[in-house]
Design a protein around this ligand. Structure first.
Ligand SMILES: *Cc1c(COP(=O)(O)O)cnc(C)c1O
Length: 387
């Protein structure tokens, strides 16, 4: 093996063309949200086949805007999977509501409609399915089991899935809103950013407010009219609008999202082939689903932490996605969770390991990763062995 090879966990592939797009914004008066963002919102709405899209400065602030627009707060419960990024639960907690964690399917690691039904109470106000690693939850099934509860909102955490489908349908089809992240390492990325899509026009009007301080008119509206218009504050809002400087990085990636997905699929197929007969566990493919292939994740059992040290020493960047949220110190202390409360998520969280996966990863680099896993990680699992 070539020891000089260094393979980061993630490497963006923005180009001088993207730098030019940012420079074009700098040449206009709009450093914050303006015409570039409006164009990207139309592009996102068209891609997902929904009437409304709003760019946000992160998934987190976008999700807060959605929860605020749905008047979710103290005394309310929101059902969240135990296997996700902490942000999915934190937005609920930040508004004084209670995240109710449900365990996930042991094969796909996705929240299930049956799991949601078992967690419903009279205080349930919303459900937040998370499309983990790029595979969509069973949204049709979820909407079906909630058909008797029209007041319970479905808010998709689609941070891992901009471009995937399930049953041929994209995010936003069965939910009240879906929220994306354009954080640095996501499939579509602008450093920090995100978007909300929705179908309901009343919700859209409220989101325009909760995205920007609860104000009745946006800065761009005031500017375009060229006369100052007084505004009022109609409801409590946050600060979630995306500046055009960052929005300018998005159109080219969204245009190319299908060929970029094809490249990710090729890389994932190579990993799956290479590890087919290995002692590593892999995530099962959900039925009728085109994954956005956001992450390639394996389970190395009790050897995980040692595997990370070995792979880092070989110059390979890896990640953990995720430790079960209820077992993080904050949630464990506040709600007194034990691993046995969410056994699948807890067990997955102790052994999971994420390998490099991005469009600019070459096959030679990927072969180096595969070889290092075979050489350094397999013996740890086989030696330290029983799971
Ligand atoms: C990245 C991520 C988020 C948070 O996204 P930000 O844009 O950083 O706020 C939320 N949920 C999941 C599942 C994520 O992976």
């Amino acid at each position: 093996m070539n020891d000089s090879l260094k393979i980061p966990f993630y490497r963006h592939d923005l180009t001088p063309t993207d730098a030019q797009a940012v420079a074009s914004v700098l040449a206009t008066p709009f450093l914050t949200s303006g015409p570039t963002g409006r164009t990207v919102e139309a592009q996102i709405a068209a891609f997902h086949g929904v009437p409304h899209a709003l760019l946000t400065n992160s998934w987190t602030n976008g999700a807060l805007a959605v929860l605020l627009a749905c008047d979710i707060g103290a005394g309310d419960e929101v059902i969240v999977p135990a296997m996700t990024f902490i942000a999915s639960a934190n937005v609920v907690e930040l508004l004084g509501a209670k995240p109710v964690f449900v365990d996930v399917d042991p094969d796909t690691l996705l929240m299930t409609p049956a799991g949601v039904v078992a967690a419903l109470t009279s205080r349930t106000r919303a459900v937040m399915p998370v499309h983990l690693y790029g595979q969509m939850c069973d949204m049709r099934g979820l909407r079906h089991v909630l058909r008797e509860y029209p007041d319970i909102k479905i808010i998709e955490d689609s941070a891992h899935c901009f471009e995937g489908t399930r049953d041929g349908e994209r995010p936003g089809t069965w939910s009240d809103a879906a929220v994306f992240s354009f954080y640095a390492t996501k499939n579509v990325a602008c450093g920090e950013g995100g978007a909300i899509i929705c179908r309901d026009s009343d919700l859209y009007e409220r989101l325009l407010q909760t995205r920007l301080h609860g104000m009745s008119a946006t800065a761009i509206d005031r500017y375009q009219k060229n006369t100052y218009r007084p505004w009022d504050m109609l409801r409590l809002g946050g600060k979630a609008n995306l500046p055009d400087l960052l929005a300018a990085l998005l159109p080219r990636q969204i245009e190319a999202v299908e060929p970029r997905l094809t490249e990710r699929q090729r890389l994932v197929a190579r990993y799956r082939d290479a590890f087919a007969d290995s002692p590593l566990r892999m995530v099962a493919e959900a039925p009728c689903t085109i994954s956005a292939e956001h992450m390639f994740v394996v389970h190395a059992g009790r050897a995980r932490d040692e595997a990370i040290v070995k792979l880092n020493a070989a110059g390979i960047g890896v990640g953990i996605h995720y430790s079960a949220v209820p077992l993080t110190t904050y949630y464990r202390n506040k709600y007194k969770f034990a691993a046995s409360d969410h056994p699948v998520s807890s067990e997955w969280g102790t052994g999971t390991l994420t390998l490099p996966l991005y469009v600019s990863l070459t096959h030679a680099e990927q072969d180096y990763v595969i070889e290092a896993v075979r050489r350094f990680v397999y013996p740890l699992i086989q030696g330290g062995g029983k799971r």
